[in-house]
Design a protein around this ligand. Structure first.
Ligand code: FNR
Length: 182
């Protein structure tokens, strides 16, 4: 049976660069794997008061994560950290206390930026959070994709062959990691 990996992107932008990497990956998944996008754009801002009430968007998000065999995060950098929408989703999945849906999930991180350092700050802030949440995050290879605006075609799709090759090999390493720790 196929394993299912959720892709969470840190961007809510239409025609997002992160989304274009996600689109490439959903159509180039390694054999035996399905990669599907998990939408975080509809999640209300988290408050601890919400732990005591039913919020249907939270429930369905948490159930969706629980059912996954792993999570791949693809994110831009906002002010040298992760975008607020992504932090919100991580917080929602981590609560109520003791019921985190992230615990022991295999994970991996890709960051991208038009800048040269490829979202390094966001990538490592995210890794710090994932360490605390006990997401078993692939250490190597790291994926910082810089100058992303030069790697897409006029429709915004990933078109650079070297980057496609790098992502293919990153995915191969990620699924090897998932198999190892599953
Ligand atoms: C940015 N951007 C940005 N880029 C970067 O390399 N380092 C940074 O600290 C920031 N900070 C930042 C803050 C805010 C509020 C915005 C809106 C943008 C640029 C941003 O990362 C870039 O546009 C993304 O690569 C776009 O990715 P998506 O949203 O298309 O996936």
């Amino acid at each position: 049976m196929n394993k299912t990996i959720g892709i969470i992107t840190g961007s809510l932008r239409k025609n997002s660069f992160s989304g274009s990497i996600a689109d490439y990956i959903t159509s180039h998944a390694p054999s035996g794997y399905v990669f599907k996008i998990v939408d975080i754009s509809n999640l209300p801002l988290y408050s601890q008061d919400h732990d005591d009430i039913e919020i249907k968007e939270y429930t369905s998000f948490r159930n969706e994560i629980k059912a996954l065999d792993g999570v791949l995060f693809i994110t831009p950098e906002h002010n040298r950290s992760i975008p607020a929408a992504l932090k919100n989703a991580l917080d929602i999945g981590s609560r109520p206390y003791g019921q985190s849906v992230w615990n022991a999930k295999p994970g991996a991180v890709i960051s991208q930026s038009p800048g040269n350092i490829g979202g390094f700050g966001a990538n490592h802030h995210l890794r710090q959070i994932l360490a605390f949440l006990n997401v078993l995050t692939l250490a190597q290879p790291e994926a910082y994709i810089g100058a992303y605006h030069t790697l897409i075609d006029e429709k915004g799709a990933l078109s650079d062959e070297e980057t496609k090759k790098f992502i293919d090999s990153f995915l191969a390493d990620f699924v090897t990691w998932v198999e190892k720790i599953s």
